[in-house]
Design a protein around this ligand. Structure first.
Ligand SMILES: *[C@@H]1O[C@H](CO)[C@@H](O)[C@H](O)[C@H]1NC(C)=O
Ligand SMILES: *[C@@H]1O[C@H](CO)[C@@H](O)[C@H](O)[C@H]1NC(C)=O
Ligand SMILES: *[C@@H]1O[C@H](CO)[C@@H](O)[C@H](O)[C@H]1NC(C)=O
Ligand SMILES: *[C@@H]1O[C@H](CO)[C@@H](O)[C@H](O)[C@H]1NC(C)=O
Ligand SMILES: *[C@@H]1O[C@H](CO)[C@@H](O)[C@H](O)[C@H]1NC(C)=O
Ligand SMILES: *[C@@H]1O[C@H](CO)[C@@H](O)[C@H](O)[C@H]1NC(C)=O
Ligand SMILES: *[C@@H]1O[C@H](CO)[C@@H](O)[C@H](O)[C@H]1NC(C)=O
Ligand SMILES: *[C@@H]1O[C@H](CO)[C@@H](O)[C@H](O)[C@H]1NC(C)=O
Ligand SMILES: *[C@@H]1O[C@H](CO)[C@@H](O)[C@H](O)[C@H]1NC(C)=O
Length: 688
């Protein structure tokens, strides 16, 4: 009795001094929807482990030696001098010194440091924290232009249709959160004008998001990321909620909006809570320990493999599953084999590509032509002269089927009488480099700008470790099956002559001084795609003046390679829809030349047995993905400098209205009326 009293007094005392820590992760385990605060409490409950922190910084610091743009990005040239000024090495040194309350706080610093590059190829994603839960609002926003050309921010007219279909019963949470007479009336917010966000002009929120959303150099494009948009996916038409209504981290609890609902004269103030949903790629857990074990520790696919070690040549190479980075690449999932065979240039975002449906009523109602495949859908508009290629990506699961489909679809459009072509690349994050070259070549036909090279020359960064890898391949013949990207036989020189196996192809090096730092790049590389595997017709399908490329500016990587060569070499016109007036709308961004990631680079290093080298990054111990730009393309206007920092202003900034926003066919019709004025106006035809 006395003992037990003493004991319980003792344990009380102990409890007072060191309270049993609550397991904030156990509290949310197994729940699909939780509050951002609950997720934050779980994520912030892990202290920094000094070894893991050191490991991450060392891997990042050493891998960016293969990222082409480190020195350029310290201060990008005009016109992006105000947009890109991040010194990665300096910030990594700062972060190494800095103390953090939690590992999450440490990661956010790393994450935002890389995001400040505004380079959708060079990102750091930690699966322990990024999009593990995605935080949503049921009110995606759009930027509309009225007849008097005044622009205003609105709740998307389709907001309720999208949210109620996607969020199911969780919609009740928001119905109940609405104040007073609006309770249960979420649908009546559709189309409402947004007069203020958190008591400030909506563009204060748009612009502060533009500072952290990353992905694109251009400020205008990052503004556009705030708003909702559509995307042609492999299996259907999808809806992107935009950064206001969909967030990578559970950092915002509520937003206060002043709105004027459609046909209403009064102003309503609504405070909407964000809700965090367990990500579709996240691994289940039951408590803090299993949260970490399942989501935070490096997996058997985080790091690279020695391609010549027997145990790996079977598992890794032949897997039908994409690499872990595939979840974050802005393209449909591509089987690993296909991805290795055909070099890629593709955007990576911490928000995985949306799988939310575009409401059916907003999708094209006419079926696409039978030649359509996956992300490539062909339509003929009602005028019977305007063909449309809606192209959501330059990647699709079957490269060959994709290549055939693009050719066959254009043939079919022509045979149906199309004399002009709209190519809609809205939210096209790139993909296969050679599909970009192929599409340019077949639309335009055989000419000096498409043969032997329908894309851009490139160069890779050539630091000491890169040079050593090439040396191992060439001198020690360590890649007899030509599996590695550093193998000379993968590339051609600037005269488009393939390198032979015995050439140290990085050399002669181009030694440069970039922002006061010495840097070295490989010699210039020429074309890499021709012959194409499929024989292209000699003649093009359309004259350049009859082709127009449309997007919301979010066209990256291989999409940039395509639209830049079409615009700057052929004179094809470009249209960006929905951008803010007075802001330059770039028709594409994040050009790159080829993108890759840490695990792929690690595979190169391991396969030539250089893992021991002091410049080689160690294996990652955390569940992290690091994307980099491995090659940069040379410019067209200035062929001696990278295209990455040259200007790509759209020819036309096309305003969106309540009737056209997020409705592809309505946009195509409206744009085609504006851009194809050379076709005979209907009145003239009638007069004859
Ligand atoms: C994860 O949990 C969800 C819901 O609790 C369940 O439906 C799903 O099957 C689980 N997944 C795995 C791999 O156990
Ligand atoms: C990064 O690597 C460079 C050598 O390339 C080294 O000088 C620097 O100290 C490293 N920085 C950090 C933060 O590890
Ligand atoms: C707004 O008013 C117009 C004109 O009276 C009407 O056609 C429309 O249906 C109304 N919209 C809503 C959402 O009430
Ligand atoms: C990694 O492990 C998973 C199962 O845990 C397995 O399915 C997969 O094939 C492994 N991948 C490699 C490359 O070994
Ligand atoms: C397209 O395919 C469908 C289904 O296979 C077929 O019924 C239809 O006739 C085809 N259309 C054309 C124009 O070939
Ligand atoms: C387009 O073609 C269809 C089918 O041949 C025809 O019914 C329609 O009248 C045509 N439209 C125009 C504007 O010529
Ligand atoms: C890919 O498409 C081609 C047709 O272009 C077909 O022959 C091949 O079987 C397809 N491959 C797979 C794996 O489906
Ligand atoms: C490319 O290689 C060929 C064959 O070795 C050589 O004749 C040519 O000069 C090279 N071109 C350049 C630009 O180095
Ligand atoms: C690392 O170096 C040691 C000693 O030099 C060597 O025995 C070992 O094989 C090397 N490991 C790799 C992966 O190259």
């Amino acid at each position: 009795m006395i003992i037990s009293i003493v004991l319980s007094l003792f344990s009380l005392a102990v409890a007072k001094i060191t309270p049993v820590p609550l397991d904030y992760c156990a509290a949310i385990a197994g729940k699909q929807w939780v509050s951002p605060l609950e997720v934050r409490s779980c994520m912030h409950s892990f202290p920094v482990n000094q070894d893991i922190k050191e490991n991450i910084i060392e891997v990042l610091n050493k891998t960016i030696a293969m990222h082409t743009s480190v020195n350029y990005q310290i201060s990008a040239p005009k016109p992006f001098d105000k947009d890109v000024h991040e010194d990665l090495h300096k910030d990594l040194a700062r972060i190494r010194q800095q103390k953090y309350q939690s590992e999450f706080e440490f990661h956010l610093d790393i994450f935002h440091t890389f995001r400040r590059l505004n380079d959708g190829h060079c990102v750091v994603i930690n699966l322990c924290y990024d999009s593990l839960y995605i935080s949503y609002l049921p009110t995606p926003l759009v930027l509309l232009t009225a007849a008097d050309s005044r622009q205003s921010v609105h709740i998307a007219p389709e907001a309720f249709a999208v949210a109620s279909a996607e969020f199911g019963e969780e919609i009740e949470f928001w119905q109940n959160a609405l104040p007073g007479k609006l309770q249960g009336q979420l649908e009546t917010l559709n189309g409402a004008e947004v007069l203020a966000i958190n008591d400030q002009d909506p563009f204060v929120a748009v612009n502060s998001n533009a500072l952290i959303t990353g992905g694109y150099q251009s400020f205008g494009t990052r503004q556009n990321s705030f708003f909702s948009s559509y995307y042609r996916g492999a299996d259907g038409w999808l809806y992107q909620m935009g950064n206001f209504a969909q967030q990578v981290h559970p950092l915002t609890d509520v937003v206060k909006l002043a709105i004027r609902r459609v046909n209403s004269t009064s102003i309503d103030i609504v405070t909407l809570p964000y809700r965090s949903r367990f990500g579709r790629g996240s691994k289940n857990f039951t408590n803090s320990a299993s949260y970490r074990a399942n989501n935070c520790i490096a997996t058997n696919e985080t790091n690279g493999v020695d391609m010549y070690a027997v145990s790996h040549s079977t598992t890794q190479e032949h897997s039908e599953d994409p690499l872990p980075i595939g979840y974050f690449q802005q393209q449909p999932p591509i089987p690993r084999k296909e991805a290795r065979r055909h070099p890629m240039n593709v955007l990576v975002d911490a928000l995985p590509l949306s799988n939310i449906d575009l409401p059916e009523i907003m999708q094209p109602s006419k079926p696409a032509l039978n030649e359509s495949y996956s992300v490539a859908q062909f339509y003929m508009l009602d005028d019977n002269v305007t063909g449309v290629l809606a192209l959501g990506s330059f990647s699709a699961a079957n490269f060959s089927a994709f290549q055939h489909s693009l050719l066959d679809g254009l043939v079919e459009l022509k045979s149906l009488g199309a004399t002009q072509l709209l190519v809609d690349v809205t939210n096209n994050g790139g993909g296969y480099i050679c599909i970009a070259h192929w599409l340019h070549r077949i639309i335009i036909g055989s000419k000096s700008t498409t043969e032997p090279q329908a894309g851009l020359d490139t160069a890779t960064r050539a630091g000491t470790l890169a040079q050593l890898i090439v040396q191992k391949i060439v001198e020690d013949v360590m890649d007899p099956d030509a599996l590695l990207y550093y193998n000379p036989t993968q590339w051609t020189n600037a005269s488009n002559i393939p390198f032979s196996a015995d050439i140290e192809w990085l050399k002669p090096l181009q030694e440069l001084m970039i922002n006061g730092h010495e840097d070295a790049f490989s010699q210039r590389l020429g074309q890499e795609c021709q012959p194409f595997g499929v024989e292209p017709p000699r003649k093009g399908f359309f004259k350049a003046k009859d082709v127009v490329i449309i997007s919301n500016g979010r066209c990256a990587s291989s999409c940039s390679l395509f639209s830049i060569t079409m615009s700057k070499l052929e004179g094809v016109r470009t249209v960006v829809v929905g951008g803010k007036q007075g802001t330059t709308q770039q028709y594409c961004g994040v050009v790159g030349g080829q993108s890759t990631d840490f695990s792929t680079i690690d595979t190169e290093i391991k396969s030539v047995h250089l893992k021991n080298h002091t410049l080689a990054p160690p294996d990652l111990s955390a569940n992290i993905i690091e994307g980099i730009t491995w090659r940069l393309a040379y410019g067209i206007d200035d062929p001696t400098e990278p295209e990455e920092w040259q200007d790509h202003p759209a020819d036309i900034n096309f305003p969106l209205t309540m009737e056209t926003v997020n409705r592809p066919v309505a946009i195509w019709k409206a744009v085609s009326k504006e851009v194809f004025i050379s076709s005979p106006p209907p009145l003239l035809v009638q007069d004859k």
